[in-house]
Design a protein around this ligand. Structure first.
Ligand code: C2E
Ligand code: MG
Ligand code: MG
Ligand code: MG
Length: 277
């Protein structure tokens, strides 16, 4: 408030700013070490195809096994990493590791697609496509077992670059989904013109879908629109049987959420799919 505008509070403010930038520098160093010392791990969360009742896909979600602080969630370090070129190094690690997991799944007899989150700055990274292409060749995996998730913002802000990248991705058989759909700024014109395969309805619309008529209307409209544009629809954050029922009744194609499973490590994921089949 106005009353705090005295010398003490200004001093306090600049002190905390200094703390914050110190913290960021430390975090950057720690993130570099995290790659070097193999502290990152990809968890997998199943995505269930409602037509076939099968786990046909899984989203790769990064976790940081910090030597002192334990398991750290991506929301605590990905936004920070996105402020520097560190996100590209982490992103490369994620892509390589996802290819490795596809390969491991193949060895166990499963053809399950893995979906990889791309940060906006990765989309505009110059050699991203060749990096992905090289990984596919190195691990000798089928391109149709990889998918990339991008958010609406990048489709609008860097339309031309995004269009080029996504076209190349789809040209060799990989797929593309729009993540957190409905929370960013996008126009329907972009959805129509861009090379896409799936729309992932953000969990904020799914949360109250059983009780909130507005959310019901929004989700129905998104599903109808996506289908008219020949896109599949995945609902995120499905936690209850009632939510699942609504989504099934409204022709949603696939679901992801705690109802089926939280994101889990590879070993647990293998166990889960063995039980599911
Ligand atoms: P996202 O891509 O939208 O991923 C879905 C998030 O929703 C995950 O959080 C997942 O654990 C959570 N979730 C799934 N089902 C449910 C549910 O039923 N209820 C609730 N409440 N939550 C559910 P997580 O793993 O903490 O990841 C958060 C975000 O961090 C991701 O959101 C994504 O934006 C980012 N992220 C995670 N891994 C990566 C990565 O490898 N690269 C990049 N660039 N971003 C990543
Ligand atoms: Mg995602
Ligand atoms: Mg999402
Ligand atoms: Mg999200």
């Amino acid at each position: 408030g106005k009353d705090n505008n005295n010398k003490n509070s200004i001093q306090f403010y600049s002190q905390s700013l200094q703390d914050a930038s110190l913290h960021i520098i430390e975090l950057e160093k720690e993130l570099r070490d995290a790659i070097k010392y193999h502290q990152f791990e990809l968890y997998l969360q199943p995505i269930v195809n409602l037509e076939q009742n099968s786990i046909y896909k899984a989203e790769a979600l990064i976790r940081w096994n910090h030597p002192e602080k334990g398991l750290i969630s991506p929301i605590q370090f990905i936004p920070e990493a996105e402020k520097s070129e560190l996100i590209n190094a982490i992103g490369h690690w994620v892509i390589k590791s996802a290819c490795e997991l596809v390969k491991q799944l193949n060895k166990h007899g499963y053809n399950i697609k893995i979906s990889i989150n791309l940060s906006p700055s990765q989309v505009i990274e110059e050699n991203l496509f060749s990096f992905i292409h090289n990984c596919i060749k190195e691990y000798n995996i089928e391109p149709d077992l990889l998918e990339f998730e991008v958010t609406e913002g990048v489709l609008v802000n860097d339309y031309a670059i995004a269009e080029k990248l996504l076209s190349k991705i789809r040209a060799i058989g990989m797929s593309v989904s729009v993540d957190d759909f409905g929370t960013g700024y996008s126009s329907l014109a972009y959805l129509k013109r861009l090379p896409l395969d799936f729309v992932k309805i953000d969990q904020s619309f799914v949360k109250d879908i059983v009780v909130d008529d507005n959310d019901k209307a929004i989700v129905r409209a998104v599903i109808a629109m996506a289908h008219n544009l020949n896109l599949g629809v995945t609902a995120e954050g499905v936690e209850t049987v009632e939510q699942l029922k609504f989504l099934k009744n409204n022709a949603c194609n696939s679901v992801q959420g705690y109802l089926y499973s939280r994101p889990i490590n590879f070993e647990s994921f293998l166990k889960l799919i063995k039980e599911f089949y």
